[in-house]
Design a protein around this ligand. Structure first.
Ligand code: MN
Ligand code: MN
Length: 344
């Protein structure tokens, strides 16, 4: 089979019930994505992705549309409650218990990125599964309820639970103990003033520097103008997981030894670039291409082609590229990041 760095995530069949929909992509289906995986989650107003944890992955989430509320329990017993809107980011350390609820009025669409290629959202540790598998008399003892009441609890993993949209005016929005501070887990990425490249596009980045709890992951939103090129580059210290939110692009991965694999990406597709591999993203459509990009490092490093060219001595370039001094002087003398549409 030909090696591919594209996975059509939103075209897969969803796991769905109780107003929730989940699609996921891991190394099991997307062979090149050995170090990262992802989930597309949709929650109807009131639907709860139940209390759960994962042992083997941190979770970096981006709200594509709609709004939701998360609760997260720290080992010190503090619960943090946060509300998220379109363009906001979350981070949950591995092993910490959390839940996510759609807040309406419309469906909430979330992309989750995990720093483990083997992670599967179907094999998380859910509170209902734990309770259902434990002897009933021990559940009753643990929760301080009668066996009769314990028998009314779910008999298997719920995963999604349908409920009412929580009302901020009620105590339902308050942790049952230990008042939650807010926003340790939330970063409003789209509210950030982006790096702008005239005629090229924009980039907003949430690294550990700006979002301290996200110690081992970074995420970005990049917008590329029609005809513009996120230039040839690579990342020395991280893999890259991409989700195409809107628009279309040609993205290629360069593996060395004469091998470059380019593919066409549409909204809902996932792309993957292994650590160190060269790549570029060219907007060949007529609208802005918006891409969510995740890295499995808190401070990702990047080397762009024009950064290299503009800081390399002229004689080295002339020799290496087999061109004369006049031609060398026409090459970029500064870092571009995104190359605007070609003048033709
Ligand atoms: Mn989770
Ligand atoms: Mn990149």
């Amino acid at each position: 089979m030909t090696k591919t760095f594209k996975y059509r995530l939103e075209q897969q069949t969803a796991y769905e019930h109780s107003g929730g929909q989940m699609r996921e992509v891991s190394v099991a289906d997307f062979r090149v994505s050995t170090a990262m995986s992802g989930v597309s989650l949709r929650l109807a107003p009131g639907t709860l992705r139940e209390l759960h944890w994962h042992t083997n992955a941190s979770e970096w989430g981006y709200v594509v549309s709609g709004s939701c509320r998360t609760t997260i329990l720290h080992p010190d017993g503090t619960t943090y409650i946060d509300n998220f809107n379109s363009g906001d980011v979350w981070y949950f350390p591995k092993g910490y218990g959390h839940s996510i609820q759609g807040m309406g009025p419309d469906e909430c669409h979330i992309i989750q990125i995990m720093n483990n290629g083997s992670f599967t959202e179907k094999h998380t540790f859910s509170i209902t599964d734990f309770i259902a598998q434990t002897p009933i008399e021990l559940v009753a003892q643990n929760l301080g309820i009668s066996i009769e009441d314990a028998q009314r609890l779910p008999k298997k993993e719920s995963y999604f639970a349908y409920g009412q949209v929580p009302d901020d005016s009620t105590l339902d929005a308050t942790a049952r103990s230990a008042t939650g501070l807010t926003s340790m887990h939330r970063y409003p990425l789209m509210a950030q003033d982006p790096k702008r490249v005239p005629g090229g596009g924009t980039e907003r980045v949430a690294s550990a520097r700006l979002f301290p709890i996200s110690t081992n992951m970074t995420g970005a939103i990049i917008e590329i103008q029609p005809g513009a090129l996120r230039e040839m580059h690579w990342h020395p210290n991280t893999d890259e997981w991409q989700y195409y939110i809107s628009g279309t692009a040609r993205m290629a991965v360069f593996l060395g030894q004469g091998e470059l694999i380019e593919d066409q990406f549409e909204a809902g597709d996932v792309g993957y670039v292994p650590e160190g591999a060269g790549h570029y993203i060219y907007n060949n459509g007529t609208e802005v291409c918006r891409i969510l990009v995740g890295f499995n490092h808190g401070q990702h490093e990047t080397i762009d082609l024009t950064k290299w060219i503009s800081s390399t001595p002229n004689d080295v370039l002339a020799t290496n590229l087999e061109i004369n001094r006049e031609q060398v002087s026409q090459l970029p003398q500064r870092h571009w990041f995104i190359a605007p549409a070609a003048l033709q």
